[in-house]
Design a protein around this ligand. Structure first.
Ligand SMILES: *Cc1c(COP(=O)(O)O)cnc(C)c1O
Length: 361
């Protein structure tokens, strides 16, 4: 399979594009092109087609509208110091996309095919990649079930799509977010879809997000479904806790139990923190550990991480058990150091020891 190029012959003007990039935000404007590939049980994957960005026409009885058979990915292209553009660990996204597909009974896309579509779109729309550190071109691959009919069954037709949007900083890194620890709702249960990146997980999470907002919090923190005790994730991001301070600090993240989404940022920070000389641990961490650790001062910093926001400091946590504030509630130095190191690697200003960056153009 390859990507056939039939790009937009009427791209937006340079002035319009510059204004849209400068407008910042997340997901407001999309680039001139998109990629589509179709799959059927009978014929497998078609070639992908890079074509002008635009609306889809789908039968109202298309399966995805009714039973939510959908998966997605989130990845970024970063401007390099020499004006070239790199992707960050695209193969890891391709592999996770294939695992999500398997869980949602969607067709697995060959790894090289997936990466090729991303590279072609970035090359075509390279002028949309913002230039400042902390900004990037956010790339959204996704797949939907396109069989028409209301019968509940794994689809025999699917569509893969790829769109891209210039992204500025998602959260303000100098302002800590406050979180609502939900003891009422859960994101993922054992045997469910927590490890897969699927839209359905998000649909089921929004009511808790609303509750968090009603409590004056920015984001939800999820606990395990069985005991409502073990800390799992924050919204659509993984969590990290810093114990102690300075060179002897230990960086702790909840262990992947099968109900957490295995974040590529989470995985990268395990290496980055170790490279910086910190002790790194993947453990089960309870809400009591959180409360007691913050109270005793053992936990000095908490942050969330993911592709969209990279690293985002967490200040206060609120739940039906009370409110706990980490340190003085402001972003801590190790959080900032890890954020800057990771961003430096992604933007090519800090040595990429692990070979994570893939040069596209
Ligand atoms: C995408 C996602 C993450 C972060 O994954 P990255 O690969 O680091 O972007 C964490 N949790 C959930 C629920 C997610 O959907």
């Amino acid at each position: 399979m390859k990507t056939i190029l039939t790009p937009n012959q009427n791209p937006v003007s340079e002035a319009d594009r510059t204004a849209k990039i400068a407008a910042g935000g997340f997901g407001k404007y999309y680039t001139d092109n998109m990629v589509i590939a179709n799959w059927s049980e009978a014929d497998g994957w078609s070639d992908a087609v890079l074509q002008p960005y635009g609306p889809l026409t789908l039968d109202p009885a298309t399966a995805v509208f009714h039973y939510g058979q959908e998966i997605f990915e989130g990845m970024k292209a970063y401007m390099q110091p020499d004006g070239g553009i790199s992707l960050f660990r695209p193969t890891a996204n391709a592999e996770r996309f294939a695992r999500s597909a398997a869980r949602l009974a969607l067709p697995e896309m060959p790894i090289n095919f997936f990466v090729n579509t991303v590279e072609e779109l970035v090359k075509q729309d390279r002028k949309w990649v913002p230039t400042n550190v902390g900004e990037s071109l956010y790339i959204r691959p996704f797949m939907i079930a396109t069989e028409v009919g209301l019968g509940v069954r794994p689809t025999n037709q699917a569509m893969y799509l790829l769109i891209a949007t210039p992204a500025s900083a998602y959260f303000n890194p100098s302002k800590a977010v406050t979180v609502w620890i939900s003891t009422e709702y859960v994101r993922a249960a054992p045997g469910g879809t927590g490890e897969a990146k699927c839209g359905g997980n998000y649909a089921a999470s929004l009511v808790a997000q609303k509750q968090a907002a009603a409590q004056g919090c920015d984001q939800v923190v999820w606990l395990d479904a069985t005991e409502r005790r073990w800390v799992e994730e924050m919204g659509g991001m993984n969590l990290y806790f810093v114990k102690g301070s300075g060179a002897s600090a230990t960086i702790v993240t909840p262990k992947l139990t099968g109900t957490l989404l295995p974040g590529i940022t989470r995985d990268s920070i395990l290496s980055v923190a170790a490279d910086l000389g910190y002790k790194v641990e993947e453990v089960m961490l309870s809400i009591d550990d959180w409360r007691d650790g913050v109270a005793s001062g053992e936990i000095t910093e908490i942050f969330a991480c993911g592709t969209a926001a990279v690293v985002s400091p967490i200040g206060s946590a609120k739940s039906t058990h009370g409110t706990w504030t980490t340190g003085d509630g402001n972003p801590g130095p190790i959080t900032a150091q890890i954020r800057e190191t990771l961003l430096g690697i992604q933007h090519g200003t800090i040595e990429d020891k692990h070979g994570w960056n893939v040069r596209v153009c």
